[in-house]
Design a protein around this ligand. Structure first.
Ligand SMILES: O=P(O)(O)OP(=O)(O)OP(=O)(O)OC[C@H]1O[C@@H](n2cnc3c(O)ncnc32)[C@H](O)[C@@H]1O
Ligand SMILES: [Mg+2]
Length: 200
């Protein structure tokens, strides 16, 4: 199932931060179009795993565009919270957005000491050749870190200002885009996807 050739893909995301990163990682190889060119309605993320949600989103965009589609379902799993917010990361503060999500996370961890603040970003990529593709290509990546006590950094998006990259001693929002795009959960999943597509 690796003998796939694509010249164009729809990116099945409405998240501007993600779109920028995915575009930077894939744009040199393939023409990538945002799904907003075809559809404004969001897919309902009813799956119980990152993989299921990624497949749902990819099928939704492929159906609307008639083109192959790549979706990214991702999130932050925090050890002290039993893996929450996980697949519910975007909706952690009931859809009030990144700032509210981050405030809720800091509050949930306010009495948790440093050595128990382990967390990882997870990314599942799903690529479907067409809406009913019975064999989606799935690649996953994880990025280990720790949750800070206060936000730091201006780059990235989402939970980046709270995510300490332990080897570097900075938050992922303090990394320039090129560096995050070498290290992140999304970057790791994308290395595997490029291999599957013969683009590596
Ligand atoms: O579903 P789409 O349209 O792609 O956009 P979304 O923002 O809803 O995306 P998800 O459903 O996959 O939810 C991902 C959540 O995890 C967060 N997240 C994912 N990757 C991240 C990253 O690299 N840095 C910071 N936060 C990230 C992001 O901010 C969201 O809250
Ligand atoms: Mg979403």
């Amino acid at each position: 199932m690796s003998e796939v050739t694509f010249s164009r893909l729809v990116l099945a995301s409405n998240n501007a931060g993600k779109l920028k990163e995915l575009q930077a990682m894939l744009g040199a190889h393939i023409e990538v179009l945002p799904q907003s060119q075809f559809i404004s309605e969001e897919a309902e993320e009813t799956g119980l795993s990152f993989i299921e949600n990624a497949i749902i989103k990819a099928r939704h965009a492929a159906r609307a565009s008639g083109l192959p589609a790549l979706a990214d379902d991702s999130g932050l799993a925090v050890d002290a919270l039993g893996g929450a917010p996980g697949i519910y990361s975007a909706r952690y503060a009931d859809g009030q957005g990144d700032a509210a999500n981050n405030a809720k996370l800091l509050d949930a961890l306010k009495n948790v000491p440093d050595d128990q603040r382990g967390a990882r970003f997870i990314c599942a990529l799903a690529l479907v050749r067409h809406a009913d593709d019975p064999v989606p290509i799935i690649c996953e990546g994880a990025w280990e870190g720790r949750i800070l006590h206060a936000a730091k950094g201006e780059h990235g998006f989402g939970y980046d200002p709270l995510f300490l990259v332990p080897e570097l001693g900075v938050s992922s929002a303090e990394l320039p885009a090129e560096q995050k795009n070498q290290l992140s959960h999304r970057a790791r999943a994308m290395v595997l996807l490029r291999q599957r597509l013969g683009l590596a």
